[in-house]
Design a protein around this ligand. Structure first.
Ligand code: OOG
Ligand code: MG
Length: 261
């Protein structure tokens, strides 16, 4: 794909997000839309957000669970980039105004305090991680009907990321079995989705290992001082006015967000 086309698509997606209007999937009419083009579009989109004054502070992995891959009919993990203005404080309010068709999903996040580059081991990830926390990600695809025709569409759209909420941190997690934590996402006190951290790449630490590998393919790394959302443990739930969405991850502290119009 040529440079001008990458810039054009990135700018179209950037405009759609700001206007809260969905558009047609690009892969419907683009031949030979490659994975690397999609990540170049994502990067260009981030450059546009930085020009708007946003600061990159985190990363997200997505489609790390079978439930999510099935829901979206896509087959492999992908990543996206998170900025400061995408954050909603824990126990705060998310306003639907300006969104397209937002959904929420339960995750676990890792705070990385030492750079992770290339092929890294589970132990390296754990020793580079200063804390973990429960997290909720709010997705909002910029495509019609929240549907994709390909991985390239969703990667170009910053992997559908929209907002995120980080729960209270736990820094003493060495005795917690990250591969087996029950996760309950409740809506107004009633369980909406229930899963286990094992659903996240079989072990959420593997999501971080895979992210370092994916970034390395583009000559990049997980920088020190970044947090990473490891991917949803369950399918996502559509948001509506008046919901209070809470997340309970075993051994971690609870968190919640309210949804207003
Ligand atoms: C892609 C993003 C998936 C996750 O945690 O699996 C994701 C999508 O579903 O649109 O963030
Ligand atoms: Mg997610």
């Amino acid at each position: 794909m040529e440079d001008h086309q990458i810039k054009e698509i990135a700018s179209t997606l950037h405009g759609a997000r700001k206007a809260g209007q969905s558009l047609k999937q690009f892969s419907a009419h683009l031949k030979n839309f490659k994975r690397e083009d999609a990540y170049s579009i994502q990067e260009e989109g981030m450059r546009l957000r930085e020009l708007d004054g946003e600061k990159i502070i985190g990363l997200k992995m997505g489609l790390t669970s079978e439930g999510k891959r099935k829901q979206m009919n896509l087959d492999s993990p992908l990543y996206g980039v998170l900025t400061d203005t995408m954050q909603i404080q824990n126990e705060g309010t998310y306003t639907l105004k300006g969104s397209i068709h937002p959904k929420i999903e339960p995750e676990i996040a890792f705070y990385i305090n030492k750079e992770l580059r290339g092929t890294v081991t589970r132990e390296e990830v754990l020793s580079s991680c200063e804390a973990i926390c429960p997290a909720l990600e709010i997705l909002d695809s910029r495509y019609d009907g929240f549907k994709y025709f390909s991985m390239e569409d969703v990667i170009s759209d910053n992997s559908s990321s929209s907002y995120y909420i980080l729960g209270p941190k736990t820094s003493d997690f060495s005795k917690i079995n990250l591969k087996n934590l029950s996760m309950k996402m409740k809506i107004n006190g009633v369980i909406a989705e229930e899963g286990n951290s094992k659903a996240i790449s079989d072990d959420p630490v593997i999501s971080i290992i895979q992210l370092a590998e994916l970034l390395n393919q583009r000559g990049q790394s997980i920088p020190a001082g970044t947090f990473v959302l490891a991917g949803a443990a369950t399918a996502a739930v559509a948001l509506e006015e008046g919901m209070e969405v809470s997340l309970e991850v075993e051994q971690l502290q609870d968190m919640k967000v309210s949804i207003s119009k």
